[in-house]
Each structure stands twice: as structure tokens, then as C-alpha cells.
Design a protein around this ligand. Structure first.
Ligand code: GLN
Length: 288
């Protein structure tokens, strides 16, 4: 039976049985992306007949989803700050929580003309590219070490903000010659190695390189200020995303690295999510 309504309910049940809570919504997204059939279309044309090709394709996607692969990898894209970013195996999927980092950066960059901004561990590029879109006068550098992730980053920046400069580099070893930055932003890997195996099934499909923050999850927070404070202007901003229980440790590290005005910002779920600090010295034009 190739009737859309029948197929839809079979696929929804399969995903439900695999423990996926939003099964109907997920099947709709697959149908829309791969067959051009929107939810409205499905509801108004339940008798529509799917072709064998369409059925085969959706069945293969459903099987991958049942095996735990993230929906975002199957769709090939995901939304961040209202924009669509290309994603797939080898790159971290943009999280809504990371929008807090972007909001904070944008607020702190207000009043600074043509700010120079670096996004470290850029992944898909969602942080830096969003800053570039929201601040068309900003000069944004996207640094990413993995060539797989860098390929997605490049595609995304070409689509949204071609003027961003991509640099394939390990931000723990080099600042790639960048200096005079107004802001350094990072959503680095921050999960303690021992916790990686306990993460939800979908996260296991994401690149370990984007998640593993070493034994205590803090290695990037230790290294980044040591190297990158020098690349910031006096009064420049360092802002990082953190895990829900890392605020105290990261604030202490930032202070011990000489950063000032160190503070934590929570996400909408009430968890500590971002730590901000500034390099000492007045920002140019700033009056005390
Ligand atoms: N927020 C991600 C998670 O919970 C982790 C991202 C990261 O390590 N930067 O899976």
C-alpha cells in the first residue's frame, strides 16, 4: 500500500518504538526534505500515492534513524539563530543553547565599529557566521582544525557571509597570526572523557574531537586564554560556552589568567552556559 497516510503511520510507529518522542514531526521533516511533501500537503492529501523510489529512500532513512543516527545528519542541515546550516557526519550539530554565546557576543560588541572577531573551534561555523550576519561591519575569522568540519564551515560561510575568513588551524597551538581582536568566542569540546560513553545515543554519532574536553573537560579553557589573550586588544572580550557544572572552574581559570570582569551567564533552562572575561586595560575610546 503506497498511500501516504498509511506509510506515514507505519514510519511514525517505527520511530516511536525506537524511543523517539517527536516521531510524527521527524517523519514530516524527512518527507518534506526528500519528497517535497509538506505536513499541510500530507494532511490535505492523505490518498496521495508515493512512488517506489520515494518509499525506498524514506525506508532507508527511517532505518538509520532507528539505529540512533541524529535526525539533523539525515536532513543534512539544521537551524541556528533562524538560519539554516549544512551539517553531516564529522561536524557538531548546532545547539539552541549556543545561541546564548552569540547573544552575549553581540551585546558586548555593541558600539564597537567594525569589530574583529575570532570563532575558535568553529565546527559548522554557526557562531562566527551568525555574528557576521548580525554585524555586517564585523571582520570574522573562523578557525577549525578538522578538515571534515571545515568543509561544512566553508559551505555555510559561502552561503551566509562569504567575507568571513576561514583558517584551518589547531587553536591550542597557534593564533594563526591574528592580533588586535575585539572578541574571541569559542564553543570548545568540554565533556570529560569519562562521561562521553554516557551521553545520549545521538551524541555518540557526533565527532569525538568536538566533544572530548580531556580528563576533566577543562583543557581548552586552560589553554585558550594562555594563547589567545595576547591576540585580543586591551579590554577585548573572551567568551566561551561551558558545561552546566563548569562555571566555577572556568571563572577561576580565567581570573588566574589575568582576565577581568569575569562573569557567568545562564541559558533559558537556568543552567550556567557562558563565561565572559575581558583582557585588562581600557578598550580604545572607553572612558572610565
Ligand atoms: N553541548 C554539547 C553537548 O551537550 C557539547 C558541546 C561541546 O562539547 N562543545 O553534547
Amino acid at each position: 500500500m503506497n498511500r501516504l497516510e498509511n506509510r506515514f503511520s507505519t514510519w511514525r510507529q517505527r520511530l516511536n518504538r525506537a524511543g523517539i518522542t517527536n516521531a510524527a514531526n521527524e517523519v514530516d521533516l524527512l518527507l518534506e526534505t526528500y519528497c517535497g511533501i509538506s505536513k499541510t500537503m500530507r494532511l490535505t492529501h492523505p490518498d496521495l500515492l508515493l512512488t517506489e523510489d520515494q518509499i525506498g529512500q524514506i525506508q532507508r532513512l527511517i532505518a538509520r534513524r532507528e539505529a540512533g543516527e541524529p535526525l539533523q545528519y539525515l536532513l543534512g542541515c539544521w537551524f541556528f539563530y533562524g538560519r539554516r546550516f549544512w551539517v553531516g557526519p564529522g561536524v557538531l550539530i548546532p545547539r539552541a543553547d549556543t545561541e546564548i554565546l552569540v547573544e552575549q557576543a553581540l551585546a558586548q560588541l555593541q558600539g564597537i565599529p567594525s569589530p574583529r572577531v575570532a570563532d575558535l573551534c568553529a565546527g559548522s561555523g554557526c557562531v562566527g557566521i551568525t555574528v557576521a550576519c548580525e554585524r555586517p561591519d564585523a571582520q570574522v575569522f573562523l578557525l577549525e582544525v578538522s578538515s571534515q568540519a571545515a568543509a561544512y564551515c566553508k559551505k555555510n560561510k559561502e552561503e551566509w557571509a562569504p567575507r568571513c575568513q576561514m583558517i584551518q588551524a589547531d587553536v591550542l597551538c597557534t593564533t594563526a597570526g591574528l592580533e588586535g581582536l575585539d572578541a574571541v568566542l569559542a564553543n570548545p569540546p568540554y565533556i570529560p572523557t569519562g562521561d562521553l560513553t554516557h551521553l545520549q545515543q545521538e551524541v555518540q554519532w557526533e565527532p569525538r574531537l568536538a566533544l572530548d574536553g580531556s580528563e576533566d573537560g577543562l583543557s581548552f579553557y586552560r589553554q585558550i586564554p594562555l594563547l589567545w589573550n595576547e591576540a585580543l586588544k586591551p579590554g577585548g572580550l573572551l567568551a566561551v560556552e561551558i558545561g552546566f557544572d563548569q562555571a566555577q572552574a572556568v571563572c577561576a581559570i580565567f581570573q588566574s589568567c589575568g582576565l577581568v570582569q569575569v562573569r557567568t551567564v545562564q541559558d533559558y533552562g537556568g543552567n550556567d552556559r557562558v563565561v565572559l572575561g575581558r583582557t585588562p586595560g581600557l578598550a580604545p575610546g572607553q572612558i572610565e
